[in-house]
Design a protein around this ligand. Structure first.
Ligand SMILES: NC(=O)c1ccc[n+]([C@@H]2O[C@H](COP(=O)([O-])OP(=O)(O)OC[C@H]3O[C@@H](n4cnc5c(N)ncnc54)[C@H](O)[C@@H]3O)[C@@H](O)[C@H]2O)c1
Ligand SMILES: [Zn+2]
Length: 303
């Protein structure tokens, strides 16, 4: 149980977070698998976390890093598509939790708007109504496909794909998706481990748009706030980029994570809470402060 003092300290951090968002001209949301947990989507934290979500893969004694390897599309395509077909179905059926809409509302309020950077491949920000032109999915998207060879640079929508998966063995049955150009097996356009076949042009375009937006903020000396949610430490892409942008933009970084919550600078704000609880608490405070009308001088003192 939290002591009174810890509770007060947390309230104070939530207030600082709401004020930092209130005073910003632009919001960058950076998100890892923890963002989806409150929508009922598993993270893959550690081997045990991954195996809890996928007991069939525990029987094969494969870690997430070993399973997310392009070799399975060549060696065992039905296992590879069993794993990704199951996730495709899970992510399609998920409803984004309320925190997505609250972040969207706080970001949309800003003169320079918001941008999302996520390593999640689940398409949940698009499903929650975020502008697809303002999302970088740095590890790709399960809702897009590419050729396994690959015979070219084409990336296409997975909308028409339906994969039947046997629950016990996690093997796909029925026809598997094929490349329309060469007929070879298709695979999700997701960056896998040791992936020399990854077709990166879709993500490069997204990255370029984020880079241009950030550059515009620097040129116009606009104030950025970064809200990082549920980014893990085992593949620290999101955490590293959050910290890099916070440094370059002298931005406040709000880190929401029930376990991996430490921050490196006093001006940053660590919230050791789950995504939905933390975002709701910030939202309530931000709303009570009048959204845009936060006290700028108090925020400036924390930067
Ligand atoms: N939904 C997805 O698209 C999805 C899901 C799992 C893994 N992945 C892939 O796995 C790789 C590792 O990703 P990762 O570091 O984001 O995941 P991870 O599983 O390694 O870490 C998850 C993080 O979320 C935190 N977390 C757990 N529950 C939370 C909650 N309710 N609210 C907020 N935070 C919570 C954990 O403390 C941890 O720090 C990435 O490449 C990613 O593409 C994607
Ligand atoms: Zn092909």
């Amino acid at each position: 149980m939290k002591t009174q003092e810890e509770g007060r300290e947390l309230q104070e951090r939530i207030r600082r977070a709401a004020e930092a968002i209130g005073a910003a001209d632009a919001v960058l949301i950076t998100a890892g698998a923890g963002m989806g947990v409150d929508s009922g989507l598993p993270d893959f934290r550690g081997k045990q976390g991954f195996w809890k979500a996928y007991p069939a893969i525990q029987k094969l004694n494969l870690s997430f890093e070993e399973m997310a390897n392009p070799k399975w599309f060549k060696q065992q395509p039905r296992l590879a598509w069993g794993f990704y077909g199951h996730r495709l179905d899970l992510y399609r059926r998920a409803t984004p939790h309320a925190g997505f809409g609250q972040l969207l509302a706080m970001g949309q309020d800003k003169a320079q708007g918001l941008f999302v950077l996520t390593s999640n491949v689940d398409g949940q920000f698009q499903a929650a109504g975020f502008d697809p032109e303002r999302i970088e999915e740095c590890h790709g998207s399960i809702h897009h496909l590419q050729c396994t060879q690959p015979c070219g640079e084409t990336v296409w929508s997975a909308q028409a794909v339906q994969i039947a998966v046997k629950a016990d063995s996690l093997h796909a049955s029925g026809p598997l998706p094929a490349c329309p150009a060469c007929g070879a097996l298709a695979r999700p356009n997701i960056l896998l481990f040791h992936d020399k076949y990854w077709v990166e042009n879709r993500i490069k375009e997204q990255e370029e748009r984020l880079w241009q937006w950030l550059e515009m903020l620097l040129v116009m000396t606009r104030r950025l706030v970064i809200v990082e949610v549920g980014a893990g430490t085992s593949v620290p892409t999101i955490r590293n980029r959050s910290e890099f942008y916070a440094k370059v933009h002298h931005a406040t970084l709000i880190r929401i994570n029930p376990r991996d919550y430490l921050v490196s600078k006093a001006r940053h704000i660590s919230l050791p809470l789950t995504a939905q609880v933390a975002i709701d608490a910030i939202w309530q405070t931000w709303d009570a402060l009048g959204g845009k009308g936060c006290d700028q001088s108090r925020v400036a003192a924390t930067v």
